[in-house]
Write a protein that binds this ligand. Structure first.
Ligand code: AHM
Ligand code: MG
Length: 342
């Protein structure tokens, strides 16, 4: 079996693993390596965020007379700028932009990129972990500039997905459909090193993550499931501990490593479309791909697999239940109106 040596650089790892995809031309590898450069630049800026506050506020100029950008706008424009000329993409979509983002003419390639440049916006100003999420598909159209339909593909078609978490250290976690690996950034040399090879999500959940402030807006099935998680039943590992950061990447990452379930169900806050808060293309689908690759599971609150949903809109929202397989299996039963006995 091919072993993954701890401590190798992410570029080395990507190149070493190309042989797992016999059809590989090296373009996806190069695309990932470009994206990682953008991630490192964002990580550096995130680490300076407190300083930027001291030296000037977003929308104003700092003491050097330079414009200070909001961190999420900075991350968005950096990824756009860097990736639109990388030569491997035909179109992009970002949480920060209403429409599709064309690539630079003459640089069109065969992949699409959907991304959330800096997720967890409510945590940016309070020194709590935030993250970048990305999802890559092969284009459907043949050549030239890509179209919206190139991006509107089910998560099952993803060729790669991942996230970068800017936390106590910066980590990159991604999959190309051959398992999940995690890399930790050494900021002194600017390299990501393999620190978490072949991540598997513990089958049983230790934690549940949900915004309980929304309890009154949930329907009964969700309320009953959360009550179930909090009820005492030692053989099934309950009650679970509650952990909610309010940064999807950070909540997901903790549950991926330690075992847990994250829920953002539909609620009555938006009665016209009770479809949850999180976005399918660049939040739910990429994390669902990682979860499945790590042995976990991701569903909507009507029990469908997130990866099977055919997207209709770029910024479509979806109820999300994601995490350790056993816990999501039980959640699926609650969502179907069945309740386990114990
Ligand atoms: P954002 O894209 O505006 O940052 O919103 C997404 C975030 C997720 O990171 C997190 O899971 C969720 O919103 C938290 O929402 P709430 O504050 O409603 O609990
Ligand atoms: Mg977001």
């Amino acid at each position: 079996m091919h072993t993954k040596p701890l401590g190798i650089t992410v570029s080395r790892h990507i190149l070493d693993n190309q042989h797992l995809h016999p059809e590989a031309t090296g373009e996806l590898s190069s695309l990932l390596i470009e994206l990682i450069v953008a991630a490192k630049t964002i990580a550096a800026e995130v680490n300076r965020a407190g300083l930027a506050d001291i030296l000037g506020q977003a929308g104003k100029t700092n003491v050097q007379g330079e414009d200070v950008q909001k961190l999420d706008e900075y991350a968005n424009s950096l990824i756009k700028r860097r990736m639109s000329r990388c030569g491997y993409l035909c179109v992009m979509a970002s949480e920060e932009e209403a429409d599709i983002i064309p690539v630079t003419e003459g640089y069109e390639g065969k992949y699409t990129l959907a991304f959330d440049p800096l997720d967890g916006s409510s945590n940016i100003d309070v020194n709590v972990s935030i993250g970048t999420i990305f999802s890559i598909h092969r284009r459907r159209s043949v050549n030239g500039q890509g179209e919206e339909t190139d991006l509107l593909q089910p998560g099952r078609n993803q060729v790669a997905a991942g996230y970068i978490i800017y936390g106590s250290s910066t980590m990159l976690v991604f999959t190309t459909g051959q398992g999940v690996d995690g890399f930790t950034l050494d900021p002194t040399v600017g390299e990501f090193y393999l620190s978490h090879p072949d991540i598997t999500m513990p089958e049983r959940a230790k934690y549940f993550s949900v915004n309980e402030g929304n309890t009154i807006y949930w329907d009964d099935r969700v309320r009953r499931y959360i009550d179930y998680l909090k009820a005492e039943n030692r053989p099934t590992g309950r009650p679970l501990s509650g952990r909610y950061i309010g940064s999807l990447v950070a909540d997901f990452h903790r549950n991926l490593i330690s075992g847990g379930i994250f829920l953002y169900p539909s609620d009555r806050k938006n009665p016209a479309k009770p479809r949850g808060k999180l976005r399918l293309l660049y939040e739910a689908a990429p994390l669902a791909f990682i979860a499945e690759q790590a042995g976990g599971r991701a569903i909507t609150d009507d029990g469908r697999d997130i990866l099977d949903i055919e997207p209709e809109e770029l910024h479509q929202r979806v109820p999300l239940i994601i995490g350790s397989k056993a816990a999501v299996d039980v959640a699926a039963r609650f969502m179907a109106g069945e309740e386990p006995e114990a």
